[in-house]
Design a protein around this ligand. Structure first.
Ligand SMILES: [Zn+2]
Length: 69
């Protein structure tokens, strides 16, 4: 019996279409800059999943990049 208290972080599904999200490159705009980010997206409706942890990590990265300029 597998535990069900944790959602496995390797598999996410779109709430709308019940499709498995696939990793893909998405262009994100932040602070006037656009940059490609690898995110999970729904192949059916194009929904992009941005987890809080991922978003925070990426945004920190971008802020650092911008500050270096
Ligand atoms: Zn979908």
């Amino acid at each position: 019996m597998a535990g069900t208290d944790m959602i496995p972080d390797a598999v996410f599904e779109c709430e709308k279409c019940d499709s498995q999200l696939e990793p893909g490159q998405v262009t994100v705009s932040y602070l006037g800059s656009s940059f490609p980010v690898e995110l999970l997206r729904c192949p059916q409706c194009g929904f992009v999943l941005i987890t809080e942890q991922l978003a925070l990590g990426k945004m920190l990265q971008v802020e650092k990049t911008l500050e270096d300029k």
